[in-house]
Design a protein around this ligand. Sequence first.
Ligand code: 5GP
Length: 187
Amino acid sequence: MDTNARLYQDLDRILLTRDQIQEAVKKLGEKITRDYEGKKPVLIGILRGAVVFFADLVREIDLPLEMEFMAISSYGSSTKSSGVVRIVKDLDRDITGKDVLVVEDIVDSGLTLSHLKQVLETRNAASVSIVTLLDKPARRKVPLEVQYSCFSIPDAFVVGYGLDYDEKYRNLPDIGVLHPRIYTDED
Ligand code: 5GP
């Protein structure tokens, strides 16, 4: 709590500690290593929220793999996505015939990923699977199959470990629920 003490003051509570996250990411990396044995998957990190998770996850996967990044902008407010997705940064390489793992920070309504999955499926990948650190199943608006998820969390707005509010808090090592006074103060 020491290094980011000022940022921690904006949290209502800590939901997941760095130790819990590290353990879950390690287990997930081991599972992906087993499931993709003999393959060379392409991991697509979704900028910017998934960057911290992505960097930790790839180091827990004991396979040859490729790293790619996409940036998407979803029209909507800062705390809710509309599902209308625009690709801001596309892949640099062709994914035809590749086993793709889309690495996201959090699945909320599912709108962003279900749209992105459709886009990637038109590009003739051998397979497209979804990996997320956090899942809020209670908030789902569209059906979405999530193959790998570290934590199911309640319906609360969380920050830290890559997740932001207004570009802040991404560098918190733990994940916490943002205090509601932060939204009201900044409105
Ligand atoms: P979806 O399209 O599934 O509703 O939204 C997914 C995106 O919404 C995530 O990639 C993330 O950018 C944002 N999001 C959803 N819930 C949260 C949350 O609790 N905290 C933060 N920081 N972003 C969230």
